[in-house]
Write a protein that binds this ligand. Structure first.
Ligand SMILES: [Zn+2]
Length: 104
């Protein structure tokens, strides 16, 4: 979580409000980005028939490099995305929620 005190030397300004990361001076360049906690994690029933519950998911997060001016939306999936209409609706809602959060 960003502190309101001192920032790491590489971070020119405070984190965006959605950032859930801790940042330190020791962060290597590839880890110098803001990232939200998962904004949505949708379990996909069509992918979990032969797997432990919760093994397959689609996850939506916001990320932003420390030198970038706006966030990007990251959609992570464990397998190709095949979903029911209800799951697709959840994903659509999660994407729009993330876009609204990123534009604040
Ligand atoms: Zn941050």
């Amino acid at each position: 979580m960003p502190s309101h005190g001192e920032l790491p030397f590489w971070l020119p300004q405070a984190c965006p409000p959605w950032c859930g990361q801790s940042h330190t001076d020791a962060d290597p360049p590839q880890r110098r980005q803001h990232a939200s906690a998962p904004l949505a994690e949708i379990l996909l029933t069509t992918m979990s028939l032969n797997a432990a519950p919760g093994r397959y998911y689609t996850r939506v997060t916001l990320i932003q490099g420390y030198r970038e001016t706006s966030p990007l939306l990251r959609i992570s999936t464990t397998k190709p995305l095949i979903c029911t209409l209800d799951e697709a609706q959840q994903l659509g809602t999660a994407l729009m929620d993330a876009v609204r959060l990123g534009r604040r």
